[in-house]
Ligand binder design. Structure first.
Ligand SMILES: [Zn+2]
Length: 293
C-alpha cells in the first residue's frame, strides 16, 4: 500500500488546478472578480475535505508500531517472521494503513479485540506485500462473528460457514476460525486469506488485470484462472475438495495454500503456482525460507 495512493494524489492535484482556473476564466469572461474569490473559497473547502484522507494515512503510516503487536505477529504469522527488517517495516506500515481505513466491526455492534483486528490486518498485509500499488479490496470492511461458524441466516454458533465474501461486502468471518488460520502452522488453511482472495479476484476482473503466465501475450485475469481451473487435476490435487466447486473457490483455496504452504503448492502444481506468483507479485517461499532468494 502506498501512504498516499498515486490515483488519489493525481485527482487532488487536478482538481486543485482546475478550480482556480475556472474561477479565473469566469472572472475574465464576466468581469466579476467575486467569481474568482468564490473559486478560491471553493478551493480552500475542497482541499480541507480532500486532504483529510491523505493526512490520516500519513499519520497512521508514521505512528509507532506497538511492541505487543510485533510480538503477536511474530508468534502467529510465519510470513511476518520471515521478512527482513525492511520487509517488516513495510508490513507494519500496511497494517497501520489498513486499520486506519478499514471498518472492522463485531456482529450486532459487538466490540472486536485488538488481536482479532491485528490478524485481519495481517492477512491483508501478507497478500498485498508483493503488490505495493494495490489497496485492500474491502470497501465495506469486515464483520466478525463470534465462535467457529455461523449459518446461512447469519446466526453465530450454528451451521458451518467460517467465512463469506458477499459481492456487495462486507467480508464476514467467524472469529475462532480466523484465529485458527493464524495458529502459526503451515497447514494451508486460513479463512481470512480465502475470503479476501474472493475480493481480490473480483477487483482484478473489474479492473481488467491481465497476466502473462506461460503465454506470449497477456490475457485477462478471468480467462487465465478459468483456464487454470479447467486443466487442474483435482484427483491428484493438494487443494481441498471445495476448490473443485467453481473457479472462484479454486482461486480462493489455492491462495490459502499459496501463502500458508507454498512449497507444497509449488511442488504439486508449478503452473498454478506461477499464476498466483504473478497475480500477487511475490513468491512466499522466499519469505518463508523455503527457497533461496
Ligand atoms: Zn470461498
Amino acid at each position: 500500500m502506498r501512504t498516499v495512493p498515486a490515483f488519489d494524489l493525481f485527482f487532488i492535484i487536478l482538481h486543485a488546478l482546475l478550480i482556480p482556473l475556472v474561477g479565473l476564466a469566469a472572472w475574465l469572461v464576466t468581469g466579476l472578480p467575486a467569481l474568482l474569490a468564490l473559486a478560491l473559497a471553493l478551493l480552500a473547502a475542497y482541499l480541507l475535505l480532500a486532504l483529510r484522507r491523505p493526512l490520516r494515512r500519513r499519520q497512521a503510516a508514521g505512528a509507532p508500531f506497538p511492541g505487543e503487536w510485533g510480538e503477536l505477529l511474530l508468534s502467529r504469522s510465519p510470513f511476518y517472521r520471515g521478512l527482513d527488517e525492511g520487509g517488516r517495516m513495510r508490513f507494519e506500515r500496511d497494517v497501520r494503513l489498513f486499520l486506519a481505513e478499514t471498518r472492522i466491526a463485531g456482529s450486532g455492534g459487538a466490540p472486536v479485540s485488538w488481536t482479532t483486528r491485528l490478524l485481519v490486518a495481517a492477512g491483508a498485509a501478507t497478500m498485498l506485500h508483493g503488490r505495493p500499488e494495490w489497496e485492500p479490496p474491502l470497501h465495506d470492511g469486515v464483520t466478525v462473528y463470534p465462535g467457529f461458524a455461523f449459518d446461512r441466516y447469519y446466526r453465530p454458533g450454528r451451521g458451518s460457514i467460517a467465512g463469506q465474501a458477499p459481492a456487495g461486502g462486507p467480508l464476514l468471518v467467524a472469529e475462532k476460525s480466523l484465529l485458527e488460520g493464524f495458529a502459526g502452522e503451515r497447514d494451508g488453511i486460513n479463512v481470512m486469506i480465502h475470503e479476501m482472495a474472493h475480493y481480490f479476484d473480483l477487483e482484478a476482473r473489474k479492473g481488467g488485470l491481465r497476466v502473462v503466465v506461460d503465454q506470449a501475450h497477456p490475457i485477462p485475469w478471468g480467462a487465465a484462472i478459468e483456464k487454470a481451473y479447467g486443466r487442474h487435476d483435482f484427483s491428484a490435487s493438494p487443494l481441498p475438495d471445495y476448490a473443485a466447486r467453481n473457479e472462484a473457490e479454486f482461486f480462493a483455496c489455492a491462495s490459502e495454500m499459496f501463502f500458508e504452504d507454498p512449497r507444497r503448492l509449488g511442488a504439486s502444481c508449478p503452473r498454478l503456482f506461477s499464476l498466483l506468483e504473478e497475480f500477487y507479485g511475490q513468491d512466499p517461499r522466499v519469505v518463508l525460507g523455503e527457497r533461496a532468494s
